[in-house]
Design a binder for this molecule. Structure first.
Ligand code: ACM
Length: 268
């Protein structure tokens, strides 16, 4: 499977312009699976919920959906990326999965980061695992990295690759994903954005780039810079993610002891 990550700086509020950038990248390079950043058609730093609502779309019927349907159909590719979803009165920080002209899944971010809590409702469904050309692809969004249960549960459900759209501002995730890869013996593709965004009040965030693809042995297969747009393409052998052994006598999944782990509410 050929995986491509596109790292860029979306122009805030300009859905058409960002979709043009995305189309140009996908028209230029061939890949089976594209992974793009979180909220990559709209930008990320907002001041008022009305601003967010104006940029929200239906994932099945909106303008973005139409473009992504055509793009993935024309290129025989799949694409995972973040967008603002509206459903009834609620807004979600969602990742859509389009595959060769079809919307295959929508994941509504479960663990909202910082001011996202002001605009978005948290998702309450488990993240999807989708079969894309015979490869099981799981999806999580940005801050989900800090909850190892997410990557673990995706992998227990068969994910060989975790597609991870992101708008990272803290410096920890890229290194942490090496461990997520190793402990689950899974490939990960983190597509982060670059650039800065601010509110009129002066509050702003700087995004950390360094998008990367990691392998089940915990190694980076490649990464982009902290501040430049770019495309990272790697061909992976998804079969490698089916081998969960650390030694001939240690299969990390067979050896699990879920009856020992207490994963309920914290006592502290
Ligand atoms: C994040 O979840 N966008 C840090």
């Amino acid at each position: 499977m050929r995986i491509a990550i596109y790292q860029f700086s979306p122009v805030k509020g300009q859905i058409n312009l960002n979709l043009e950038k995305i189309s140009r990248a996908i028209n230029r390079y061939k890949a089976d699976l594209w992974v793009l950043p979180e909220l990559c058609t709209t930008g990320y730093v907002f001041s008022r919920v009305e601003e967010v609502r104006k940029l929200a779309e239906h994932t099945q019927t909106g303008y973005t959906a139409e473009i992504l349907r055509n793009l993935t159909r024309d290129h025989g590719a799949a694409l995972v990326m973040g967008m603002i979803e509206v459903s009834g009165d609620r807004l979600f920080n969602s990742a859509v999965v389009f595959d060769r002209g079809e919307l295959r899944a929508v994941y509504r971010k479960v663990h909202l980061f910082y001011e996202e809590k002001k605009w978005f409702s948290p998702g309450d469904e488990p993240p999807p695992v989708i079969d894309i050309q015979g490869v099981k692809v799981g999806v999580m969004i940005c801050f989900d990295w800090a909850f190892p249960e997410m990557a673990r549960s995706l992998t227990l459900r068969g994910a060989q690759v975790i597609a991870h759209p992101a708008n990272l501002v803290l410096p920890y995730c890229q290194d942490a994903m090496l461990t997520r890869s190793l402990e689950n013996r899974v490939f990960t593709a983190t597509a982060n954005r670059i650039g800065q965004e601010s509110q009129p009040s002066g509050f702003g965030l700087k995004f950390t780039g360094r998008s990367q693809i990691t392998a089940p042995n915990g190694k980076r297969l490649g990464r982009l810079t902290k501040d430049r747009s770019g495309i990272l393409i790697r061909t992976i052998d998804p079969q490698l993610a089916l081998d969960k052994s650390f030694s001939p006598l240690n299969d990390i999944f067979q050896a699990r002891r879920p009856e020992i782990y207490q994963l309920g509410k914290p006592i502290i």
